[in-house]
Each structure stands twice: as C-alpha cells, then as structure tokens.
Design a protein around this ligand. Structure first.
Ligand SMILES: [Zn+2]
Length: 451
C-alpha cells in the first residue's frame, strides 16, 4: 500500500445500497469484493477546499506553465481530489473546445445559437478517453502499479497505450479480431503497447481482461475503473466553463459502455450538491440500433435506477436472450458496438439524476450526421455522430425544444476511423456523399471538371 495524504479526502463505495461497503482509495479493486457490484468514488467535501463559485477555476488559466493548471482535467482538481499532486499524470489532456455550430443546428432543427459541439477528439490520443486516463493513471501511480491492461473497441487502447508509456508502465491491450477501426489499431502499436487480438467481440475481450488482470495482478484500465470516470467528469466542467460557467439545458452523449453518461450524471449530481450549479441539465444517451441494450432495457423493459434497487432479473433475462440467439452487436460506430455495457447500473443512476432519455439511431442516420459534422464542423468519428442523429430524432419528437441550449459530446477525432468516411463518400452511401471524380491526365478535360 502507498498511503496518500489525500486518502482521507476520498473513498471507494459500492453503488449497491443494500451493500454500501467502503474502501480506501489506496486499494486496487474495480469491483466490490463484498457483493461484486460497481464502485464509485465519494468525497469528504467538508475537508476539501472547493471554490465557492465555478468561475473561480478561471484563475487557473494564469498558471498554465504548471502542467496541472494547463490540464483540462486537473485544473478542476478539487472536484476529483483522490490523490496527492505528486502522483498526478498530465500530458496535455482536455485542451478541447466547445463550438457553437449553426449549420449543424439547422440540420437537426434547432434555432441558431443554441447548438454546441464539444470536440473531445482534440485530446492527445484523439478521443475523450484521455480525460479518464489522466485520472486513472494517477491512481495507478499512487498505488505503485508497474503493468496495466485494458479491453478496447479502440479508443481506450490508444489512450491507455499513450499514458502507459508516458508513465513508464508496461501495457497490454485486448481487442476483438477485425472489430477495431484502423486509426485506433495503428495508435496502440505505435505507442508501444502489446496488442492481443482475441477471436471474439468486445464483450469477450472484457471478460478475458478481467480474468487476466486478477490472475496476473495487472492494473485494469477499463471503465470499470471508478477513477477513470472521475476524470471524465471534467468534460462537463469544460462545457460549463465554455458557456461562461452556466450549465446547458441538454447534454447529448453516445451510449456504449456507458462510462461517459455515468460520469456526467455524477458530475452534475456533485455540482448540485455543492451548490455550484442551480439546475441539472437533462441528458440524452444515444445507442446505435445494432447495439441498443440500454435503449431496449430502459424504453421497452422500463428498467430504472429505482433508488438503487435495480431489477437485476430484467438485465439477466435480456443477457440470456442475447446468449441464446448468439447475438453479437453490429454497427459502423465501432466505439459503441457493445451489448453488455459494464456501467449499466451507474448509467441508470445518471438517467435518474439528469431526467435522461435514451434513443437508438441507425447506421445510415449516424453516417449522414457524421458527414454533416465533417462538412460544417471539425469532423468526428461515427460513434460521436450518433449524438447529432439522436438529437435530430429528439427534435422531431419535440422532446428537445428548438430554443433549448444543447451540447453534443463528440467523443473522437475523424481520423480514428477513416474507412467509414471513405466508404460513405466513395461508395455514395448517403445524400451528403462527396466522392472523388475520376479524371484523365489531360489539362483541358481536368479544367472542365473544376466546379
Ligand atoms: Zn458491494
């Protein structure tokens, strides 16, 4: 054990209210050893000097030569105060922007000035995962980890591999065979991680990595890791920061393993509890139709948080149905191609906290929305565009008002998955396809083609 001076400021607690077991932050657990449920990080807020107003965090900008003040995660460090500064890892994460985008607003049917895109693809490894890794690797340093591992649909492996070599940790990433976007696969190899391709899908990888980590004592970096979600809370702080310290009316987020939605719900719950925001935004979580477990369980089976008394029988029954029909999720949005999301219960809590809604969108809708974000914004990977497609649906249903202030979280960079982009444009898959034109090697004919 490596006791930290901050250990008495935070602790790990089982999310199951019937258990509620508590553990020191210096313990490496990832699941409640008493009942097997997920763990959350809790804080003794009365012992932490949290600013009285969120706007006080703006003073950190003056100290940007300090990597912790520059970091888009650690400049909010009082709100995720689980370890001493000396363990904190920062490699430039969270230098992201919130862009108001009226062209995309028009596409989804919103008034100008009301739609914002949060570009998490601007992180060092090109996805939102870096927020969580900054926090989780800090915990890994705090407990003295030497090797780490993760299962991944791609973005996690890229981010883990980057942070692992930055921290001097050995790193193994597990990916499903043939189910990873090219850009992401290239990153893990380039950053020096040992890459193990398992013949199976993400859910198979997830099972294997947990077993390997337990048997070999590797530090696990999947979103089961509650410290990762603490880092991901900061995406919401930065959206509020960009809106001059006001919360939006809606947050729209893709739903895969449900770590982000869980983290965002926790962020807002804590901010409200601390009196730092007046109103908790509503949240919409968008599944891909080919991996729509959350949508099915919440909308068809009416599964809910229910004060922590989640009806596990509904989940178990659905998962056995999936097994019985040998179901494997399928969507072009590979980052959210997950049928058994590990943070399901935490996400149900977030839906409860944020009066959330869940929707599913088709791959065609995702690809069209992605083309719109590419044409009028900075671009994004397919899973990110599910937010725009989902918002379009929620606008059509009248659930999101045309004049409400909405922030869509674009989780990954467009170069993460060039194959989907090239296929959409070159094979004219949708109304926004912009295919290359074949031209003879002849100046006159080439000039005639220029529009
Ligand atoms: Zn427990």
């Amino acid at each position: 054990m490596h006791p930290s001076k901050y250990t008495d400021l935070a602790f790990q607690k089982c999310i199951n209210p019937n258990c509620g077991a508590e553990f020191d932050c210096a313990q490496v657990l990832f699941k409640c050893p008493t009942c097997g449920d997920l763990l959350d990080i809790w804080y003794h807020w009365d012992k932490i000097e949290v600013p009285g107003k969120l706007s006080e965090f703006a003073t950190r900008w003056a100290g940007r030569d300090n990597p912790l003040d520059l970091s888009g995660v650690w400049r909010f460090r009082e709100l995720l105060n689980f370890c001493d500064d000396k363990y904190k890892v920062a490699i430039g994460e969270g230098q992201t922007i919130l862009q108001q985008n009226d062209a995309v607003a028009e596409y989804v049917g919103m008034q100008p000035g009301r739609l914002y895109l949060q570009y998490e693809g601007l992180n060092p490894s090109g996805s939102f995962k870096d927020n969580g890794m900054a926090a989780a690797f800090s915990h890994a340093m705090m407990v003295g980890a030497k090797s780490c591992a993760c299962a991944s649909t791609g973005n996690t492996s890229a981010s883990v591999a980057l942070y692992a070599h930055s921290c001097g940790l050995k790193c193994t990433v597990f990916i499903g065979s043939g189910r990873i976007a090219f850009g992401k696969l290239s990153q893990g190899m380039d950053y020096g991680a040992q890459t193990v391709q398992i013949r199976g899908d993400f859910d198979d990888c997830m099972r294997q990595v947990q077993a390997v980590c337990t048997k070999l004592g590797l530090y696990l970096l999947n979103s089961l890791n509650p410290f990762r979600l603490e880092g991901q809370k900061t995406i919401m702080y930065r959206i509020i920061e960009s809106l001059r310290w006001q919360a939006p009316d809606w947050i729209i987020v893709p739903g895969g393993n449900l770590g982000n939605s869980s983290a965002f719900g926790k962020a807002f719950y804590e901010l409200k509890e601390l009196g730092l925001i007046q109103q908790i935004p509503r949240m919409a979580i968008i599944n891909a139709a080919g991996a729509d477990t959350l949508n099915h369980l919440v909308n068809s089976k009416k599964l809910s948080w229910n004060g922590g008394q989640v009806n596990q029988a509904i989940i178990d029954q659905y998962y056995s149905e999936l097994t019985a029909r040998n179901f494997s999720p399928h969507t072009c949005a590979s980052a959210i191609e997950i049928a058994r999301p590990v943070n399901l219960k935490k996400c149900l809590h977030a839906i409860d906290v944020c009066t959330g809604v869940v929707r599913a969108v088709t791959d065609e809708e995702i690809c069209d929305a992605k083309a719109i974000v590419g044409k009028y914004g900075l671009g994004c990977e397919p899973a990110s565009a599910a937010t725009i497609a989902g918002l379009k649906q929620l606008r059509a249903e009248g659930i999101v008002g045309t004049n409400e202030r909405v922030a869509c979280v674009l989780t990954g960079h467009p170069l993460k998955d060039p194959n989907v982009t090239v296929d959409y444009h070159k094979e004219k898959r949708g109304p926004f396809s912009n295919p290359p034109i074949e031209a003879p090697n002849d100046l006159d004919q080439i000039m005639k083609l220029i529009r």
